[in-house]
Design a protein around this ligand. Structure first.
Ligand code: ATP
Ligand code: MG
Length: 395
């Protein structure tokens, strides 16, 4: 009995004007995620159907759980739209599927094809009677263990049991691109995931300071990018050689201001790259109050260097909430690997928590940061094809 995959769109189906754009992007994203499988996709305004060799149907359904813009994934059977065929198929399905685990059921008929001669309620009763006579299931219309869904359409009827919950959100790319400041920590990969969920595709910017930071630290970031790339398929990582600029900061800036100035430099470089890469916003993993550079006073002084909108998806989440999400999306294990980040090397004992802008400007006058920034930008290394790298072996 051949099954096909039916996809119910998420929030996108409520956006009338953009519907085609949404559906076409979802189609593109599904194809990207299922690269390598032979599939046929058919789509209409409310549904997408994926035909695939049933050998792969479970693993493909699992992969689809990562695609944003999907409300639910349904493995369903298709029959001709006539009462007898539908009844026979329902019996076949109940024989084939493992229904011993269920005690109660409900039939849910949706008659999209109004020329089908039997009204939905009446058809519920016909099929319900059939199930009662042929199984030991009992009816429970309020809280059934098993839902038997029957969608009657002109081009065929779809029958399916329970649905698999999709990932929700909007198709990645529908909002254009954002530039994610990706460190090896716990927060920024989660921030990236949340941005992807709202339809923002990503390019990533990582500041490294060799030899103070190791190749392991870099590989860890690439591994994290790889993990969140499972939700996108087109993420790139731009690695900025930050060492010279960072060393100049340490030479010229009072210890308490080092982190604040370093972050102002990061934002300046992020803005330059954003323009170059056609991104619309900067995204990062700052969380209010989490560390001293993330007090509101620090964030204000740091943000002062740019007019570009900065989205901070985890700004108001507790660390434990962020960790839970990191575990869910599978980045946590990698994030807690112990390699040093450029923010943690030379960490001052007492970073300022309420910096003033005038002090920042005073420190920044002491060295020619503009040319150092240009040097950083000109020497960026871009990693484009994340899927081609096997970093399990590198870490
Ligand atoms: P994370 O857990 O994401 O590392 P954090 O709590 O360690 O965050 P910070 O080190 O202050 O916080 O960094 C705040 C944000 O700045 C990070 O979430 C990330 O978006 C960005 N950031 C920090 N270091 C780097 C880096 N080396 N490269 C790119 N972005 C960085
Ligand atoms: Mg960090």
């Amino acid at each position: 009995m051949e099954k096909i995959i039916l996809i119910k769109y998420g929030e996108l189906s409520t956006k009338k004007g953009n519907r085609n754009l949404f559906i076409n992007l979802l189609d593109r994203n599904v194809k990207k995620i299922l690269k390598g499988y032979e599939i046929v996709i058919k789509k209409d305004r409310v549904r997408m159907y994926i035909m695939i060799d049933n050998k792969y149907i479970d693993e493909v359904a699992y992969k689809l759980k990562k695609v944003f813009g999907i409300q639910s994934i349904v493995l369903c059977y298709k029959v001709n739209t006539n009462s007898e065929d539908i009844q026979n198929k329902v019996l076949d399905i109940l024989k084939n599927e493992n229904i011993d685990q269920f005690k109660t059921f409900k039939i849910i008929t949706k008659r999209a094809f109004k020329e089908f001669p039997i009204p939905s309620m009446e058809f519920n009763n016909i099929i319900g009677g059939l199930v009662l006579r042929n199984t030991s299931l009992k009816v429970d219309v309020h809280n059934p263990d098993l839902k038997v869904n029957i969608e009657i359409r002109s081009d065929g009827t779809f029958i399916y049991l329970n649905e698999i919950e999709g990932n929700g959100g909007y198709p990645v790319g529908v909002q254009g691109k954002g530039l994610l400041m990706l460190s090896g920590g716990i927060d920024s990969p989660v921030a990236g995931y949340l941005a992807l969920k709202r339809g923002i595709d990503l390019e990533c910017l990582y500041f490294e300071s060799p030899p103070h930071t190791s190749i392991m630290a870099k590989n860890k970031v690439i591994k994290l990018a790889n993990i969140i790339n499972e939700y996108s398929g087109s993420i790139k990582v731009h690695v900025v050689p930050f060492t010279n600029l960072q060393e100049e900061i340490y030479k010229n800036v009072d210890g308490s201001y080092v982190i604040t100035i370093m972050r102002r430099m990061m934002y300046r470089m992020a803005e330059r790259m954003l323009k170059k890469l056609n991104c619309k916003v900067i995204i990062n993993g700052e969380s209010v109050g989490q560390v001293s550079s993330q007090t509101l006073d620090n964030m204000i002084v740091i943000n002062e260097v740019t007019n570009v909108p900065v989205i901070r998806p985890v700004a108001c989440m507790d660390k434990l909430e962020i960790i839970r999400l990191a575990e869910k999306i599978n980045t946590y294990e990698t994030s807690i690997l112990p390699y040093e980040d450029c923010c943690t090397i030379f960490l001052p004992k007492h970073p300022v928590i309420n910096p003033t802008l005038s002090k920042c400007l005073e420190y920044e006058k002491r060295f020619d940061y503009e040319s150092l920034i240009s040097e950083c930008i000109n020497n960026i290394e871009t990693i484009s094809d994340l899927n081609d790298n096997d970093f399990e072996n590198v870490l």
